[in-house]
Unconditional design. Structure first.
Ligand code: 13P
Ligand code: SF4
Length: 304
């Protein structure tokens, strides 16, 4: 079957079954084309909570599907490919964080949204890469433990020097692997391009950027800028999507290694199979876990 034929069949089945399809912006073009909404993980969860559809398919990674379920417990939520996890989301041990909180009651534990629902149950507030600085600024506590991403955490610490921010050794294996030499090489090849970087990259890379922000922040910045050339320091899908959106501008990826294998594991066939009743994984979370994890999500909504 041709890609376009499969896409048409998915669109037909989706309409017939009244299903909402979400695609994180790191998904391939063929997936974003069949989605009702494309964006970052939290924005997608909010969108899904506002649509009337009772079934939602998340094309992204597991913590994203879990966030959709947390915001819409009454909906049936599928993760399109069950092997798609985010390694960073699973880096911290829940018991260790709970013990830290007990020993350091004056610390507020801030969890990046890229964490499991189970880990969120012992954290105080969630943040996304776009809301982290703003939310940490607003917290009452001076002492903060920021988990799991030490690169995003150190970016936040630089913007909010009035807080005492403790970090742990976690991070995104894809973004954190980009060496500073990639910046030197990309700038040598494209001296007129602006460098836009995700805060999951190491501090030496973010320090060299013209703009540091979330995936949606990078997309908005590039689309609204008068500049004509951009080096994109996040998953390669973003440079590709931007190139379709702005054909008169030029987009280069900071490194050809910036490919998230988990994000890329979802295929059109995965989505098709769910609609045929034979694939994906339905997300199930017990009520107590959902209630506890909602506390830090609700705090993020209140402060964000
Ligand atoms: P955003 O929240 O910026 O979309 O990031 C999600 C992610 O997984 C980044 O690697
Ligand atoms: Fe996780 Fe990094 Fe992939 Fe984002 S790019 S889903 S943080 S592994």
């Amino acid at each position: 079957m041709k890609i376009t034929e499969l896409q048409s069949e998915i669109l037909r089945l989706k309409k017939e079954q009244d299903v909402c399809i979400l695609a994180h912006s790191y998904q391939t073009r063929e997936i974003t084309e069949i989605a009702d909404f494309t964006g970052d993980s939290f924005a997608l969860s909010v969108k899904a909570s506002k649509v009337p559809n009772k079934t939602v398919i998340m094309c992204g990674v597991r913590f994203m599907a879990e966030t959709v379920k947390l915001l819409s417990p009454e909906k049936t939520v599928y993760l399109s490919n069950p092997v798609a996890g985010c390694p960073m989301a699973e880096q911290m041990d829940k018991e260790m964080i709970a013990a830290f909180k007990q020993q350091n009651p004056d610390y507020t534990v801030v969890a990046y949204i890229n964490t499991t629902t189970d880990l969120k149950t012992v954290c105080d507030v969630c943040v996304t890469s776009s809301s982290a600085v703003n939310i940490v600024k607003k917290l009452e506590s001076k002492n903060i433990l920021f988990i799991p991403d030490c690169n995003l955490g150190s970016f936040v610490a630089k913007q909010v020097p009035e807080k005492n921010i403790k970090l742990m050794q976690g991070g995104c294996p894809v973004h954190a692997a980009v060496p500073y030499s990639a910046v030197e090489e990309a700038k040598r090849l494209h001296p007129d391009a602006l460098l836009l970087v995700h805060p999951e990259c190491v501090p030496k890379v973010t320090a060299a950027a013209d703009y540091v922000g979330s995936t949606s922040g990078i997309i908005d910045y590039a689309m609204n800028s008068d500049a004509k050339e951009f080096i994109i320091g996040t998953e390669i899908a973003i440079a590709s999507h931007l190139q379709y959106e702005c054909p008169d501008k030029k987009f280069y990826t900071l490194s050809k290694e910036l490919i998230c294998p988990n994000m890329k594991s979802t295929t059109l066939v995965d989505v098709y199979n769910i609609l045929k009743g034979r694939g994906g994984e339905e997300i199930t979370l017990d009520d107590e876990t959902m209630q506890k994890a909602r506390v830090c999500i609700d705090k993020m909504i209140e402060l964000g």
